[in-house]
Design a protein. Structure first.
Length: 202
């Protein structure tokens, strides 16, 4: 369990705390193969929306595995930021358009959101890492070190999450910024793999 507080001066998107009201792990409501989206709408567990945010959850878990590896503390700090934002992306994907506004007129995800600065953070980190890397002249073969390989696997999961979000957007509303974030994140993970490969002399 992680108790995450956003850095001072930054928007806090989500807080996961052990102090939350105790909830039972099993509810039995999904025993017949359905689950509830934000707002209460029940859909089959193989619905594209479930597959979409479920893959974001898979990505988040894998990034946690990367963060558990030995690496510079700066990378770990950025990865925690990314994990927080992925909770937000998951919440966005779990909310049907007709449930985005509460009965009182307020937005359901009022205090959540992916904003331009979240994407700019990834772009800035990519630019910083690339400054110390040689220009790419050929395709990169994944591997060379377990940490590097974990980054490449996370990149592939991120691309799958992006594809599913795009697929969902063909039939239902998906905020463009969520897809944009996943697209930029896969770029970040690719460059992180290259940078770690350099750092580790893999």
């Amino acid at each position: 369990m992680v108790n995450y507080l956003a850095p001072k001066g930054k928007t806090q998107h989500l807080r996961i705390s052990a102090s939350l009201k105790k909830m039972k792990v099993y509810t039995k409501t999904g025993d017949k193969g359905t689950t509830a989206l934000f707002g209460g709408t029940r859909v089959p567990k193989d619905h594209i929306r479930i597959d979409s945010y479920g893959t974001v959850d898979e990505l988040n878990s894998y990034i946690g595995l990367i963060r558990d590896q030995e690496m510079d503390s700066h990378y770990k700090t950025i990865l925690i930021e990314i994990q927080d934002r992925l909770f937000t992306v998951g919440a966005i994907l779990a909310t049907p358009q007709e449930k985005e506004v509460l009965k009182n007129g307020e937005l359901r995800l009022k205090n959540l959101g992916i904003i331009d600065s979240d994407i700019e953070l990834l772009e800035n980190e990519i630019d910083k890492m690339e400054e110390s890397l040689p220009p790419m002249t050929h395709f990169v073969l994944p591997g060379g070190h377990p940490t590097v390989s974990h980054c490449h696997i996370a990149r592939c999961i991120c691309r799958r999450a992006e594809r599913l979000a795009v697929h969902l957007s063909h039939n239902e509303h998906v905020p463009e910024v969520a897809i944009k974030y996943l697209n930029r994140l896969s770029d970040y993970l690719f460059v992180l793999a290259r940078k770690l490969s350099s750092d580790l002399k893999a």
